[in-house]
Ligand binder design. Structure first.
Ligand code: TYD
Ligand code: MG
Length: 455
């Protein structure tokens, strides 16, 4: 009999270890390593190559494949993030913080797909069927032909799916699923991994699209969605700030479409409403032009999005001034502060710096560099930027500005929302948009001189 082995794995990144340790060497997380019972570790005792398998037929790269047929839900924000609708036999992971609205989104999606003729099964491991029905009522979906079950036993679920052969199965959530052949608690790395593996292979085998819900976890006791990211075709994250109404569905991986696409929704009393013009929403709380506030003309996936950046710079009472960022990368902020100091001679030593992306949006685009620099300078000098101006451009360490992608899209969006001028990097393909005065900048020093009249 094979010796029973115990391995340990990280609940954040799924790295495995033969021994427990306090910190994961792979991702650096503390207290995330837990025991993984029942998973045999190590290589198989006999090499596979020694035994004869079946010879496969190999094919050419040039063989013709039709693009996958897609079904649209009719929820345009969801369809775009999926790459133009749902692909049969695809496995999709929807991750997000508990309470952010994943179950609401997926019940709405289930209703929408079912109403379009897709046979749809919704399996909840977290709520009783009655609860799901009540939610459906609230969402106005009581009549949608969605089949419902409340179950966590994976064997029963697979048997049911084999019998029903639905076109879409939604599993809410992967952390509540329990495979009886794996000897550890639901939510552990090995359970989550086993359940995801069974369900994705069912998807491939039977042509059912499977959507898995995964909670992002902070305490490390339950395995997070990271553990299954590599097994699925598409990974979507549902994000948002607690105090804000809107939610962003972001594709971080998609084998059937572009990654980095976003869909914007607003949480209302009757479920999630689509936001077809996010810029208007993100700018809706903007007041009079003031020092420290800058509108960044960004692009998320294929869509331009305008957001307001707010900076506050104040003398610090601390020996080590504070640098706090919400919605942007803090090391990128440190870089911009360093460039401002080294290339333009504008020090931030002894000053606390706060940067906030208004409305709870998260920005990862490097083209936000110039907008951030503008917000910091505007806050520091207590000078508002010219009214009705948008800013974008990537900054290099030398202080030079690099042309951004999709300049025309950005300018058109700005024009649509009533802006009249744009501060953007020089160079690249010249573009003009009626109603927008372009103010091209070669480097940061030039920008500081022209906009703030100082160096
Ligand atoms: P839920 O979808 O249960 O979150 P998750 O599955 O990600 O844990 O969403 C829960 C929150 O959404 C809850 O705080 C209530 C709110 N909500 C609304 O505001 N309106 C609605 O119509 C619904 C169904 C939920
Ligand atoms: Mg839920």
């Amino acid at each position: 009999m094979a010796k029973a082995t115990t391995t340990f794995s990280c609940t954040k990144c799924a790295a495995t270890y033969p021994k427990w340790s306090g910190r994961c060497d792979n991702c650096g997380e503390w207290n995330s390593i837990i025991e993984d019972k029942g998973l045999s570790a190590g290589p198989p005792s006999k090499s596979l190559g020694n035994k004869r398998g079946n010879a496969m037929t190999l094919s050419d790269l040039s063989s013709h494949e039709d693009p996958p047929p897609r079904t649209e839900s009719g929820l345009a924000e969801l369809d775009r993030v999926l790459g133009g609708g749902l692909v049969p036999a695809s496995a999709i992971l929807v991750g997000g913080d508990p309470g952010i609205g994943k179950s609401t989104l997926l019940l709405q999606a289930a209703g929408a797909f079912a109403n379009r003729g897709l046979s749809t099964v919704y399996i909840s491991g977290e709520e009783a069927s009655a609860q799901v029905r009540m939610r459906a009522q609230r969402l106005g979906l009581s009549d949608a032909p969605v089949r419902l079950a409340a179950e966590t036993n994976l064997r029963d679920i697979l048997t049911t799916l084999e019998a029903e052969r639905p076109q879409l199965a939604i599993i809410d959530s992967i952390q509540t699923m329990w495979a009886d052949n794996v000897d550890s608690a639901p939510g552990s790395v090995s359970q989550v991994r086993a359940a995801a593996h069974e369900l994705t292979s069912f998807a491939k085998r039977r042509g059912t699209s499977v959507i898995l819900v995964g909670h992002v976890t902070k305490d490390g006791q339950i395995a997070g969605p990271r553990v299954v990211e590599h097994m699925v075709d598409t990974v979507l994250y549902f994000e948002g700030e607690r105090g804000h109404q809107f939610r962003i569905l972001r594709s971080v991986k998609n084998r059937f479409g572009p990654a980095d696409e976003i869909g914007v929704f607003e949480m209302t009393g009757r479920g999630l409403a689509e936001v077809s013009n996010p810029s208007a929403l993100f700018l809706s709380e903007r007041g009079e032009p003031s020092a420290g506030s800058v509108v960044f003309a960004g692009v998320e996936g294929t869509r331009p999005v305008l957001v307001e950046l707010q900076a506050l710079v104040a003398p610090s009472p601390h020996s080590q001034p504070r640098r706090a960022v919400v919605g942007w990368d803090s090391s990128r902020l440190a870089m911009i502060l360093a460039v401002l100091e080294a290339r333009c001679g504008i020090p931030f030593a002894g000053l606390d710096v706060y940067l906030n992306v208004a409305g709870g949006m998260k920005i990862s685009e490097p083209a936000a560099d110039l907008a951030v620099a503008a917000a910091l300078l505007s806050a520091r000098e207590d000078v508002a930027l010219p009214a009705e101006t948008v800013v974008f451009g990537e900054l290099s360490l030398s202080g030079a500005l690099r042309p951004a992608t999709q300049t025309e899209n950005r300018l058109k969006e700005a024009q649509k929302l009533g802006f009249t001028s744009a501060i953007a990097p020089k160079g690249g393909k010249p573009v003009g948009v009626d109603g927008i005065t372009l103010r091209p900048m070669g480097d940061l020093t030039g920008f500081v001189g022209e906009i703030f009249g100082a160096g």
